[in-house]
Design a protein around this ligand. Structure first.
Ligand SMILES: [Zn+2]
Length: 227
């Protein structure tokens, strides 16, 4: 669809100044307009931004000032980070990037974590139990059907997702446990991941400790006091 064709599908401004996308909407989510660009489906309001201001910077969301999902009036659109987007969602009761609030009680970090766990071979059943959501939800997430915007907005490549989430818990600050880089939380994670048959080599990389350390943690030769 060319730029001219795109704008032919957008209404004249209504009394609020909103210019509505008149073609198809996404079947799921919040009712954003859907348009094709080089046969790839795109949210209409994102295309409206591109056609007006140029490329959308990486990882940025196009948000609505007017809170009308179908609106393509460039003056009603603004760029925000994913964080802004989440804040906006909280303020408006939904995620302006395309996720309905209440569709899931997961946080962004959990979604990253779910992808990482799946990548490490943890079963969807175990992931579902760990995050306290239905297995069907986990399935949709790992297949990229749910929380897709979150996944697409990952600041790192998938290999790095896990390390992004875990380190806060695994690296001790001012450690009193001198020989160890691990924390109680990390120890629990390691043991749980081991029960999910995640390999020592993977755990070693994830947690930044040697395989021997992982082995000692898993077999409870160290960190005995942690249940
Ligand atoms: Zn509008």
């Amino acid at each position: 669809m060319t730029k001219e064709q795109f704008w032919l599908n957008v209404s004249a401004p209504n009394e609020d100044g909103c210019m509505l996308w008149e073609r198809a909407k996404f079947k799921r989510g919040l009712g954003y307009g859907v348009a094709n660009l080089k046969s790839v489906q795109q949210a209409a309001h994102r295309l409206a931004w591109k056609h007006t201001y140029g490329d959308i910077p990486d990882k940025m969301c196009v948000l609505h000032k007017c809170d009308v999902p179908l609106c393509c009036n460039p003056k009603h659109l603004f760029l925000g980070t994913h964080q802004d987007n989440m804040r906006d969602r909280d303020a408006k009761g939904r995620n302006a990037c395309g996720q309905r609030n209440g569709m899931s009680k997961l946080t962004e970090a959990q979604v990253f974590n779910i992808h990482a766990l799946r990548k490490d071979g943890v079963s969807t059943k175990a992931i579902a139990a760990r995050h306290g959501v239905d297995r069907s939800t986990i399935n949709l997430i790992v297949r990229g059907k749910l929380w897709k915007e979150v996944y697409n907005s990952l600041p790192y490549n998938p290999e790095e997702i896990y390390s992004m989430i875990i380190p806060e818990r695994s690296v001790t600050k001012g450690a009193d446990c001198r020989a160890s880089k691990l924390t109680e939380g990390a120890v629990k994670d390691i043991r749980w991941l081991a029960t999910q048959r995640v390999k020592y080599a993977v755990l070693s990389r994830r947690f930044g400790v040697t395989r021997m350390t992982i082995h000692r943690v898993v077999t409870r030769k160290s960190w005995k006091h942690v249940k």
